[in-house]
Design a protein around this ligand. Structure first.
Ligand code: CA
Length: 220
């Protein structure tokens, strides 16, 4: 596994890279956001939020525009707003500093397991098709501009069209089990997904239970 470590503080980056190497993990170290954005693709990104040039949150957002590589934010204590924002824009988890390499590796493995869990195979529903190989959803043949989380949410609902998927299962599948404030985030993603689908009726809300995907009745 090849990890991109974005950290400007040498006193953190160096021992961390050493520690990771003991787990057989190769790190590519950079100290600025600009270097992070131009670095070759990695299997994993460890991202300090306090960088000297670009805000770590912006780095995260820009990485997410082109890639669904797992991202763990390395955060200072008191960065709660940034942590929540980072998770909402697609980071997979965060590690508050200081942390042990062992704990970090455990979290990386947990995220890796989730990433490898095969997505349910689905052909879609009516005019909506889900392509698991390219991780794209199309509506009437047009690719929907979805973020990785929106795609995962839609693919999960489309895996069993018409069935109600409960909120807990969605949260556990698409977000982190320890993700604070994720209920609101789920509702936010449902709202943006409905907007992109062009009709709110695509995603039916069973209040207090969960959501289901249905083809909106024609003519309305
Ligand atoms: Ca820093």
């Amino acid at each position: 596994m090849r990890v991109l470590l974005v950290e400007d503080d040498e006193s953190i980056a160096e021992p961390l890279a050493d520690g990771l190497s003991r787990y057989g993990i190769t790190t590519h170290r950079v100290g600025t956001g600009a270097q992070a954005l131009s670095a070759p693709p990695a299997d994993f990104v460890l991202l300090d939020l306090g960088l000297p040039d670009i805000d770590g949150i912006d780095v995260c957002r820009r990485l997410r525009e082109t890639s669904d590589v797992p991202i763990i934010m390395l955060t200072a204590r008191g960065d709660e707003t940034d942590r929540v924002l980072g998770l909402e824009i697609g980071a997979d988890d965060y590690m508050p500093k200081p942390f042990s390499t062992r704990e970090l590796v455990a979290r990386m493995r947990a995220i890796g397991r989730r990433a490898r869990t095969p997505d349910p195979v689905s052909s879609g529903l009516g005019p909506l098709t889900i392509d698991e190989r390219t991780r794209q959803a199309r509506l009437h043949g047009e690719v929907l501009p979805l973020t990785p989380k929106e795609y995962q949410l839609l693919a999960l609902l489309a895996a069993d069209p018409g069935a109600v998927v409960d909120r807990r299962r969605i949260l556990e599948t698409v977000w982190q089990p320890n993700f604070f404030g994720r209920g609101k985030t789920l509702d936010f993603h449902v709202a943006t997904l409905r907007r992109k689908l062009g009709d709110p009726r695509w995603i039916e809300n069973r209040r207090g239970v969960g959501f289901r995907l249905v083809v909106p009745a024609a003519g309305a």
